[in-house]
Write a protein that binds this ligand. Structure first.
Ligand SMILES: Nc1ncnc2c1ncn2[C@@H]1O[C@H](COP(=O)(O)OP(=O)(O)OP(=O)(O)O)[C@@H](O)[C@H]1O
Length: 232
């Protein structure tokens, strides 16, 4: 079943026409990678879905419901979680307090903590530590854990490996893979190897439109088809 569907989405910053007719979809149970060079409109696609920068034209349906015209809090309530590039969290609060703060009012905090620590044991070991004192990789795990327990039906994850050492990137990849067991993910990721490992399907974006798409099993990191859009 189609979970998220963007149809001919046009988004502007002032006079700048950034998204010029984006079409993409995420099915139930899928991890989908959105690829493309810096500045092509990937983050703007997320901002459009979240209604942070509402599209001026086109439709964005989530679980069959139109998101364009809603407020951002309504998009969050509908079940779309967002992990931005800067991994927003409460850095002065403990790991446990951060997880608790993500749990919707009607859900069990104890069950949320169990799920978070079962998925990411290192967070259980650091439960009382201030989130701001975690390493970059652990902060990314906490951000993913918060998305996991946040009552979401889809996670938008923006550049999870940004600024992390290669060894930590592997850990974060495993963390996302664990999260994808229970949640579909739309992923923006510059590291092509990681994106192809995690995703079932990909879209390539260039100049605000989708220029290629397919199954990740059909392409490889040194594929000419991908490289011409991704190399600087
Ligand atoms: N707030 C803004 N106001 C005006 N222009 C913006 C704004 N944010 C982004 N842009 C421009 O919109 C275009 C798309 O940016 P966007 O952040 O969506 O790209 P991206 O593909 O996510 O790249 P990156 O990986 O660098 O974030 C860029 O040309 C950028 O300069």
């Amino acid at each position: 079943m189609t979970l998220l569907e963007l149809d001919d989405v046009h988004t502007y910053y002032g006079q700048s026409h950034i998204l010029q007719g984006v079409d993409l979809s995420v099915e139930e149970g899928e991890v989908v990678a959105l690829l493309g060079r810096n500045g092509v409109g990937k983050t703007t696609t997320f901002r459009s879905i979240l209604q942070l920068t509402p599209p001026r034209q086109g439709s964005i349906q989530f679980k069959g419901e139109e998101l364009v015209g809603k407020d951002t809090y309504e998009v969050a309530d509908a079940g779309i979680g967002w992990i931005p590039e800067d991994r927003r969290m409460f850095s002065r609060l403990s790991v446990e307090e951060n997880v608790r703060a993500s749990v919707p009012g009607d859900a069990s905090e104890a069950e949320a903590l169990e799920l978070a620590y079962e998925t990411f044991p290192i967070l259980g070991e650091r439960a009382d530590q201030r989130a701001g004192d975690l390493s970059g990789g652990q902060q990314q795990m906490l951000a993913i854990a918060r998305g996991l327990v946040g009552g979401n039906d889809l996670l938008l994850v923006d550049e999870p490996s940004e600024g992390l050492a290669p060894k930590i990137v592997t850990d974060v990849g495993e963390a996302l893979l664990a999260a994808s067991e229970s949640l579909p993910i739309l992923l923006v990721e510059q590291k092509l190897g990681l994106a192809l490992d995690l995703a079932d399907r990909f879209y390539v974006m260039d100049h605000g439109t989708i220029v290629d798409s397919g199954k990740t099993s059909e392409v490889s990191v040194d594929d000419e088809r991908l490289r011409r859009y991704l190399s600087a």
